[in-house]
Write a protein that binds this ligand. Structure first.
Ligand code: GDP
Ligand code: MN
Length: 381
């Protein structure tokens, strides 16, 4: 789950990371009042679940309550990369910015360890830095039993040529950010930029945090921070229906029961030269209504040129799934070609139902994937 900047920074602050004073406003007049309370010189920042707000005009400096009101009026309602701005964060301006640093704690899946990543080339897109000047990024892995060690932050501070008098503060800040990461089961806590202010202090002016969805039951307070308005419509609907859905960039929609089977279905599609449009696991015992919802989700993506069903009946019964597909197709007007591979419990009954509805079936997964790729390519020509 993605948090807003203001939520992330408040959690950082609970662990001692220095952040500017700030308040969240929902209207220009509120922005004006908060700017006055905060001393007049503020930054007005769009709160949306995407980066690059600065470049998009979603971050504006204001030097008076009037200017804050004007800035909020410009930013509220803006569309940034498909997200509508409903809230702005009013933060006290940093007292001058001498340098912008990138700092993050994240999971390195390859090494199965948390990793600290930092660069003196902060403020910009870290992916860009990683591409053009990878030697400017410093990484250390954290042993969770030991926590962040002094020599690790010294290595990073030295590599970044951080002014010597800030090394001690930098160490404490990294330890605090790591504590926030660990305590909240985050997969990412990122500060970009961490600035050195004109007064020579470190200050986290931006914050991004992702909390592992699987750990939300341990963090009811964070689960409540979910901003429903900000989530892609399709993922919101999927969660409501208890379907595990992740949108991807390809053109072959996938409906599969079981996460592992869904992964291998995507692999097989790629093996035959296709690109999956989504990951979708309808779970065990999927009933007709759930299949219909899943199909609507898949078809709501206009990139989808073919749909591949891969159902292995265990708890899930083939005839139920087949009825679900038919029910869904009754409700949805579509000419997207569909290929169904059914195996396991009641597969025979299921195939009969589908055959009588003139749907294409396949006996093996390879055959189904080949047909789906061909159908999707045919649609492109
Ligand atoms: P992002 O573009 O979505 O990553 O939003 P940021 O919060 O990182 O803001 C973008 C840029 O605005 C930063 O890199 C800073 O250069 C600038 N900025 C943010 N806060 C302040 C501030 O308090 N004072 C000044 N002068 N600039 C700021
Ligand atoms: Mn940023």
């Amino acid at each position: 789950m993605n948090l807003h900047e203001y939520q992330a920074k408040r959690l950082f602050a609970e662990h001692g990371v220095p952040i500017p004073d700030g308040k969240v406003a929902r209207s220009p007049s509120e922005a004006r009042d908060f700017a006055r309370e905060l001393g007049g010189r503020v930054v007005v920042k769009a709160q949306v679940h995407t980066g690059g707000r600065g470049k998009a005009g979603g971050v504006r400096l204001a030097n008076s309550p009037n200017e804050a009101e004007e800035a909020a009026a410009l930013i509220l309602g803006m569309d940034i990369k498909g997200f509508t701005v409903n809230k702005v964060l009013i933060d006290q301006q940093a007292p001058g910015i001498d340098q912008e640093i990138y700092l993050a704690v994240l999971i390195d899946r390859g090494r199965r360890l948390p990793m600290i990543m930092a660069s003196a080339a902060g403020g910009m897109d870290i992916e860009e830095v990683a591409e053009s000047t990878p030697e400017e990024i410093f990484k250390v892995h954290v042993n969770p039993d030991l926590g962040v060690r002094g020599y690790q932050t010294t290595y990073i501070a030295d590599g970044m040529e951080l002014p010597r008098e800030l090394w001690r503060d930098f160490h404490k800040l990294v330890v605090d950010l790591y504590a926030c990461f660990a305590a909240n089961d985050a997969s990412l806590t990122e500060v970009n930029p961490l600035v050195i202010t004109g007064e020579g202090k470190l200050l986290a002016v931006d914050g991004k945090m992702i909390v592992d969805d699987n750990a939300l039951s341990r963090h009811p307070r964070i689960a409540e921070m979910r901003d429903i308005e900000e989530e892609p419509e399709s993922e919101r609907e999927a969660r409501k229906a208890g379907i595990n859905f992740i949108k991807l960039d390809g053109n072959i929609g996938c409906m599969v029961n079981g996460a592992g089977l869904a992964m291998s279905t995507m692999d097989i599609i790629k093996l035959f030269g296709g690109e999956p449009a989504n990951f979708l696991d309808i779970g065990g015992g999927a009933k007709a209504e759930q299949v219909a919802t899943a199909l609507r989700l898949i078809l709501s993506d206009e990139n989808v040129e073919a749909v591949l069903f891969n159902i292995f009946g265990g708890i899930t019964r083939g005839d139920e799934v087949a009825r679900g597909i038919i029910t869904a197709l009754d409700q949805i007007d579509t000419d997207v070609p569909m290929i169904v591979r059914l195996a396991g419990t009641n597969a025979e009954e299921g195939r009969e139902i589908l055959a009588s509805a003139q749907m294409e079936t396949a006996a093996t997964l390879s055959e189904a994937a080949r047909k789906a790729v061909a159908a999707a390519n045919g649609a492109q020509e």
